[in-house]
Design a protein around this ligand. Structure first.
Ligand code: ADP
Ligand code: MG
Length: 246
């Protein structure tokens, strides 16, 4: 199922049309985009520009009307529902604006869940979930339910849940949209660290401060990519200095 040399994701001339007749909305209009392993991409755009539509396609939660989408070299359009579910579980970790944790289930159980779906045994599940929660600094909140955690802590649990499967792609839609400044900083630092460790991240945001953490910024306007540029991430390694003449 995996071509090792393939980009993590490859979007070719994707369009998405919702509705029919007078109610037709052209949400994406010929989007092409390649993301290589280890990249950290921020997708920006005004409300209604197609960000969530693109996120749903990248996350294999929805299919394009036309065009092709490949994850690790696998053509998503050629997969049935079952195969799609497996691909989502193995290859994509989701973080949503609204956390989407299961209520009345501990942080630990929430993080173990995708491993349970993936058929990982009880012992390995526990070990990996503990490690993931430790990575987001919540090793001391394992048995708290979501309603006993702050928004920032809930989102860190969600990040742990997203990365516990060691996915090819971490996909986040406005992950700091519901967080205060301090919690936003916590989550962005975790993403920075994951990026430095080689994780591939695609993050959707309309905030410049958030996008500043990415290595690459893509701008969507009315369903089209109008800009795609690389940048030096904030708090990243300093740009190399030119040799100074004596
Ligand atoms: P963003 O996330 O950038 O705000 P969306 O991808 O949610 O943008 O929406 C892009 C366009 O598609 C908008 O005009 C929106 O109203 C429309 N749209 C999104 N989802 C649907 C849907 N399920 N049915 C009809 N129109 C939709
Ligand atoms: Mg949206």
């Amino acid at each position: 199922m995996t071509a090792p040399e393939a980009p993590v994701l490859e979007v070719r001339e994707v369009s998405k049309i919702y509705g029919t007749g007078d109610a037709r909305v052209h949400a994406l209009r010929g989007v092409s985009l390649t993301v290589e392993r280890g990249d950290y991409v921020a997708i920006m755009g005004a409300s209604g520009s197609g960000k969530s539509t693109l996120m749903n396609i990248l996350g294999c939660l929805d299919v394009p009307t036309t065009g092709t989408y490949l994850v690790d070299g696998t053509d998503v359009g050629a997969l049935g529902d079952r195969q799609l579910a497996v691909l989502r579980n193995r290859k994509i970790g989701f973080v949503f604006q609204s956390f989407n944790l299961i209520p009345r289930m501990s942080a630990l159980a929430n993080v173990e869940l995708p491993l349970a779906y993936g058929g990982v045994g009880v012992g390995a599940r526990r070990r990996r979930a503990l490690a993931a929660l430790d990575q987001v600094g919540l090793g001391d909140r394992l048995h708290h339910d979501p309603n006993e955690l702050s928004g920032g802590q809930q989102q860190r649990v969600a990040v742990a849940r997203a990365l516990v499967t060691a996915p090819s792609l971490l996909l986040a839609d406005e992950p700091t949209g519901n967080l205060d400044t301090t919690s936003t900083g916590d989550v962005l630092r975790i993403l920075d660290r994951l990026s430095s460790a080689g994780r591939t991240i695609v993050l959707i945001t309309h905030e410049n401060d958030v996008a500043a953490h990415a290595k690459r910024v893509i701008r969507l306007v009315d369903g089209r990519i109008t800009e795609d540029h690389r940048q030096a991430p904030v708090d990243g390694p300093p740009p190399r200095l030119a040799a100074v003449a004596p």
